[in-house]
Design a protein around this ligand. Sequence first.
Ligand code: TPP
Ligand code: MG
Length: 733
Amino acid sequence: MATTKAEPKIAAAPVVPVERYHGLTPKHLIEVYRLMYLSRKIDDREIMLKRQQKIFFQISGAGHEALLVAAGLLLRPSYDWFYPYYRDRGLCLALGNTPLEMLLQAVGAADDVASGGRQMPSHWSHPKLNIVTGSSPTGSQFLQAVGCAEAGRYYQKYPGAAAKVDGDYRQFKDVSFQGDEVVYVSCGDGTTSQGEFWESLSTASNLKLPMLFVVEDNEYAISVPVEVNTPGGNISKVVSGFPNFHFAEVDGTDFLESYAAFQGAIDYVRAGKGPAFVHGHVIRPYSHSLSDDEKLYRPEAERKLEVERDPITRLRKFLLSEGIVDEMALHEMELDLTDNVQDAADQAVAAAFPKPNTYLQYLYSPNLDPTSPAFQTEPIRPPLPGKPGGGEKTMADLINACLKDEMKRDQRIVIFGEDVADCSREEYLREKQVKGKGGVFKLTAGLQTAYGSDRVFNSPLAEANIVGRATGMATRGLKPVVEIQFFDYIWPAMHQLRNELPTIRWRSNNGWSCPVVIRVAIGGYLTGGAIYHSQCGESIFTHTPGMRVVFPSNALDANGLLRTAIRCDDPVMFLEHKRLYRETFGRAPYPGPDYMIPFGKAKTVRTGHDLTVITYGALVPRALQAAQRMEREHNVSVELIDLRTLNPYDWEAIANSVSKTHRVLVAHEDTLSWGYGAEIAARIADELFDDLDAPVKRVAAKDTFIAYQPQVEDEILPQANDVFKAMVELAGW
Ligand SMILES: Cc1ncc(C[n+]2csc(CCOP(=O)(O)OP(=O)(O)O)c2C)c(N)n1
Ligand SMILES: [Mg+2]
């Protein structure tokens, strides 16, 4: 515990059996009061600063202090792991976050340890203390906490995976783990309605993870009362059927009751028996936030009842009635704390702000640049056909080969997703009763058999579960390479994909990072794939800063780019076109275990001087066909550029080609309007206007969904003939 500036006097040594205070001494209890009071005073000071317009937002931990200080004193900073939410000021103070650190975040200072002025106050993050950066969406922390707990368990089993290794993302990750660590994660009563909360309970229960779930029930979610969110109004009753859990429901305004509940819960978790769930009934005396006035929806009588349960008043009375401290000493301590907070606030208000032009910093790794020549290697000389490893391989073969090679090289890689394992019931494999599945497209076939079920396993049928857990694992240094079975089903993971994974490094000012690779089967031309097995939609992710997006068109590129994705230190969405998995187009010999292609380097598939086509994915073979026909039938020479990676993309290659041909067509499979091509076309029009002899043209899918009937599908998706027609038009300008 931290010490107070002035030690309060302990009144005439009380003769109390220590058990009465659950092992705490009177001195400890005074320290508890100090932390709780400090927490409230920081809230009060922030409220004042907000009124003075020196800070821009305030949300308090008022009424939750007893529960949180109890948890904070029993858990271990820099040892256990923490995914707190915005009310957890008391927890963070008890773990060692200082009032100055908190107030620096409130003013948005450059030296704010949590975010460097990027996140609102009370969005805790403290890498040294293992407090992991939190966001504003309610509930998105839960699945990451699951992944964090899984990572701790993985390192215990495979300590070698924690080793630092030069030459890839691992050299930038210090990995620590403890045998009996606990992962704390909390939320309010309203947030228990989020699906990800339930997904996390399911996985924690199933895997008996060392997690401590805390629900801080102040009976309101802004203005919505608990019975609207929770069936029957009591979350403890609703969750009670989850196997393997230790449950406790407490009056969270009573410090000693909360402390005892956490003792039991944490002992259970540290002993490896499974997760624990503590439900604390607390109060919310300061409305939801400074932007809310609870008088609009709570009558005075109800609010008055809350005042009587104020945890700080309660502990104060208790300390006095037990004779642990006298009024005078308490008063002195309170004045002292108020002064301390005032000093910290003065310091924070005078602190320097971040430089406005630093906004791009830490979107991506500052240490490892996947566009650099370090990621450029040559394929090994292909073995002769007929020899092992020889012959032309499909994209599916070479993706599988890359995963196999990388798993061998890097013990931090784990692979999971729906159906990716060979067989979840391992004994069937062991006894050779079955051959194993390894993915609906068989891209992960044989990996579980080769590397074991700790490293390759099936997830539940829940996409947020896949991405959220992967994010938590990667935050702790693992390298999850997960699979989303069909792009059409990526949307349940959207919160994680938009608000979490790509934001973590930026929002924590490089305090945390989570370089996950997400392989996604994408695209149409399947003949019967219909609306829910054919979608594209890559522009939604290229529109998300912090996310690398890769879309290879052939086997060799898929192999080299996937390896770069795995060895780099950024989140990567790796889009694999289903139609290209086993096409004859773009097959290649196995390029060896170290073949890499840097991101942001387009490939000129065909050189030409009359017209440029910029494309990627399944449009590459279609545009190639059209280009060959243009040459044959119109004597027009077409330059064909395969972008290969969509974020970053190779602007230089585009500009060089357009300055040579003066005519440009952007072609892609996704729908036309607001599509990826719109950005490329707009930038060409803006920056290369002087080079153009014709308007920038686009070819893409019609602005609709994809129909099941093949003739209708053909009409909707861009065909080689559509590309050809656009080329003719463009060449005629
Ligand atoms: C996904 C999401 N939806 C809505 C919001 C806006 N919002 C912020 S806090 C909150 C209420 C949360 O209530 P509860 O979980 O009970 O926590 P409390 O604030 O009461 O401690 C809402 C609706 C949000 N931050 N995230
Ligand atoms: Mg609430």
